[in-house]
Design a protein around this ligand. Structure first.
Ligand code: DGJ
Length: 718
């Protein structure tokens, strides 16, 4: 049983294949966290805390000190002075609540989260529901623990029902709150900016709070919602790691506090100061889902567990099928789109084995530059004389599929949409509109906007065979206000905005079931589990310079599988070595090209055709395989990693030399996933290696040359 209530000690015990998670009902009313870690260890109840100046109900006795007790859901200003998981402001305006345990249920599957994506469950998944009640506000609180047994993942979410007689406001809602013993941890997260996403940072925790967050209305490249805590000596292959993530794409807060007793509290959720949500009597609020996992086997195993979970539970099922190799028009054409050029692109693409032409920005409304047209989702009649349908048929006739760019959430002031509905963008009465890239943000919290977008896309794409949408978002939210909502509900806008985005994503995937969605936000600005639930892969970065890409991709791979990572080869400027290097870096993820194919020499095109055929022979290993990180450029001056199929019979290895690599030196490479007693042959060079030798480690000579990379596709002989 993955969920068990032990009556004798009032304990809830959740187990996955390798981990256990426990909490007790303390003092007959509160939830006291007792364990998270390796399965099979003895769990002892929390045994009282030293006295401090904390305050608490006298009836709970001298040993009850909320400020030091590990809690499942700590409440604001309750005598626990650490960060709180919940702050609800009722009619007394204080934010104080005192939720008391009432009952539990074990649900088959899970409870749906209203309008927000969540991890997929199957017939074996079970969810523990805990009910708590606050006497003064009359609110009911439901805590949900969904156990993904085989995946070693537990998710948490919460729901608040206002059963009282007056409105309450949820001002902080952190569905995941975990108290860990000790504070000797390193925190690992991904930070960045446009063109430089997914930098890995790792630092020791300090007393006080440390946080990563977004208040931008998108999960953002500045901080990704993924977070890990590990023991200080943790390496790729050894050490305790706790990893966390949110299935959500909007503003968020991940916060970690080290307290006075040197213990650690981790929280994930909606804690940004741009968030609050008012519940009228009878209304209910459900939080996004947060995930956690534990492994004792280091960062490599953490990534592999996360990757498997994302592939199995987050990405749409068709994401496991081969992804098309695309030619994207952006870096070749920018806004300068015309039918004749794109037909020629399609013809050349088909000859090289490219599967799909993706027409990027510039095809709609008066979109000749970034200052007009957003919101007018009809094809520009000057550019498509016979309409979009006939154009797309022309592309299909030339032997490739067709993808198209959209940026649904935005509007240019110079657009028919804005002229007709100036009140459909986020705005605050009396304040200046804040532009970024000449665009305003549509009020996705307004149902009329969502209906308009649905109708536009229905009309424009309804009878056109679109195979792929690239869904972009090129600015963040600022000076957020919805003309539709009253003042006391304005802090709901960013949350309601995300629900609007998800509703439209849901519509697009249902209305166009055969089309796949690539998510993008000026590159990897919304690289999160919420978007991945709909979009099967993400445009990792606008930066296609291969050395920069090595770092960005290695960062993304820490938390997300290669199948989510769109990697394009951009113009190598007739330098064949550069072309080779760009390709070998791009096969870290899902391969595509982003160059003017008509300007490439025959030599480049021939090489591209060879690359594409080669890539298709091993793409399944990258898409579905386990990721093993061998070396990082900051430590070794080269990047080395491989993917391994589940049965260990195919390994796809790549090593890219970076600045500082020296000729005459060698790289020692150990393939832990290789099978002993088996011979592997590199299908690309014909070289043979024994599995035992691969496991012990092979030495690869380095060249010290610029643009030098090595690829092996090692296949075991049966
Ligand atoms: C930003 C994206 O990251 C680019 O790939 C491209 O689609 C442009 N937007 C188009 O405006």
């Amino acid at each position: 049983m993955p969920i068990h209530f032990q009556r004798k000690n009032n304990r809830f015990l959740l187990t996955t294949k390798n981990t256990a998670y426990a909490f007790d009902i303390g003092a007959g009313r509160y939830l006291v966290h007792t364990y998270y870690g390796k399965k099979g260890k003895e769990i002892t109840p929390f045994s009282g805390a030293p006295l401090s100046y904390a305050a608490y109900p006298e009836s709970l006795g001298a040993n009850w000190n909320p400020d030091e007790i590990p809690q499942e859901c700590p409440f604001f200003d309750s005598g626990d002075y650490r960060i709180s998981a919940l702050r609800i402001e009722g009619k007394d305006g204080t934010g104080v609540t005192d939720f008391v345990y009432r009952s539990y249920r074990i649900l088959q599957g899970r409870r749906d989260i209203d309008g927000i994506p969540a991890a997929r469950v199957d017939e074996d998944t079970k969810t523990l529901e805990i009910k708590m009640v606050d006497r003064v506000t009359g609110c009911e609180l439901y805590l949900y623990y969904t156990v993904f047994y085989e995946d070693d993942v537990i998710s948490r979410s919460m729901a608040i029902k206002n059963k009282g007689k007056v409105p309450v406001t949820v001002a902080r809602c952190m569905p995941l709150s975990l108290d860990l013993k000790g504070c000797d941890y390193h925190m690992i997260s991904l930070w960045g900016t446009h063109n430089d996403e997914c930098n890995i940072q790792r630092f020791p925790l300090h007393h006080g709070t440390q946080s990563i967050f977004s208040r931008r209305g998108a999960s953002s490249p500045q901080h990704n919602p993924f977070l890990a805590l590990c023991a200080p000596k943790t390496t790729e292959t050894k050490g305790d790691v706790y990893a966390f993530n949110l299935v959500y794409s909007g503003s968020f807060l991940d916060e970690v506090e080290v307290d006075q007793q040197c213990n650690t509290r981790v929280q994930l959720g909606l804690g940004s100061d741009t968030f609050a949500y008012t519940l009228a009597p009878g209304e209910e609020f459900t939080s996004p889902e947060a995930l956690m996992l534990y492994t004792k086997d280091g960062l490599g195993e953490m990534s592999r567990l996360m990757h498997r979970f994302v592939r199995r539970r987050i990405m749409p099922a068709h994401a496991l099928q081969p992804h098309p190799v695309v030619l994207n028009t952006w870096e070749a054409c920018y806004f300068d789109i015309d039918e004749a050029t794109l037909f020629a692109f399609a013809e050349e693409s088909a000859k090289l084995g490219i599967d799909m032409l993706v027409m990027d920005d510039g095809w709609f409304g008066a979109r000749n530059y970034d200052d007009a047209g957003l919101g007018d989702w009809y094809p520009n009649p000057q550019k498509f004389k016979n309409g979009l349908k006939s154009f797309v048929e022309g592309i299909h006739e030339r032997g490739v599929k067709f993808g198209i760019w959209i940026e649904p959430e935005m509007v240019n002031p110079d657009s028919d949409l804005y002229r007709a509905h100036p009140d459909w963008c986020l705005r605050i009465e009396g304040r200046e509109l804040l532009l970024s890239r000449n665009q305003l943000v549509l009020d996705m919290a307004n149902p009329a906007v969502i209906e308009y977008l649905k109708a536009s896309y229905d009309k424009t794409f309804g009878d056109v065979g679109i195979d792929y949408f690239k869904w972009d978002m090129n600015r963040h939210l600022a000076a957020v206000g919805s003309p539709l909502l009253p003042p006391e509900r304005q802090k709901e806008v960013t949350f309601r905005y995300m629900k609007g985005v998800y509703e439209l994503l849901d519509y697009m995937t249902t209305r166009f079931p055969n089309a796949i969605i690539e998510s993008c936000s000026g590159g990897g600005g919304r690289y999160d589990l919420g978007m991945m639930r709909y979009g099967f892969q993400i445009w990792t970065s606008d930066n296609t310079e291969p050395y920069a890409r090595i770092d960005i991709q290695r960062g993304a791979l820490l938390a997300y599988p290669a199948a989510t990572m769109s990697c394009h080869v951009s113009d190598p400027h007739e330098d064949m070595k550069s072309l080779d290097f760009r390709y070998k870096v791009a096969v870290g993820g899902m391969l595509g090209y982003e160059l003017n194919i008509l300007k490439m020499s025959d030599a480049v095109k021939q090489e591209m055709a060879r690359q594409i055929a080669e890539y298709k022979s091993f793409a399944h290993v990258i898409r579905l395989g386990d990721y093993y990180n061998l070396a990082c450029p900051y430590e070794k001056k080269y990047d080395a990693h491989y993917y391994a199929t589940e049965n260990g019979k195919e390994l796809l290895f790549s090593l890219a030399e970076c600045e500082g690599c020296k000729a005459g030196e060698t790289a020692l490479l150990r393939f832990r996933a290789a099978l002993p007693g088996v011979t592997y042959t590199d299908a690309l060079s014909g070289k043979a290696f024994s599995g035992d030798e691969l496991r012990r480690g092979i030495r690869l000579p380095l060249t010290g040359e610029k643009h030098h990379a090595t690829l092996y596709y090692l296949v075991a002989k049966d």
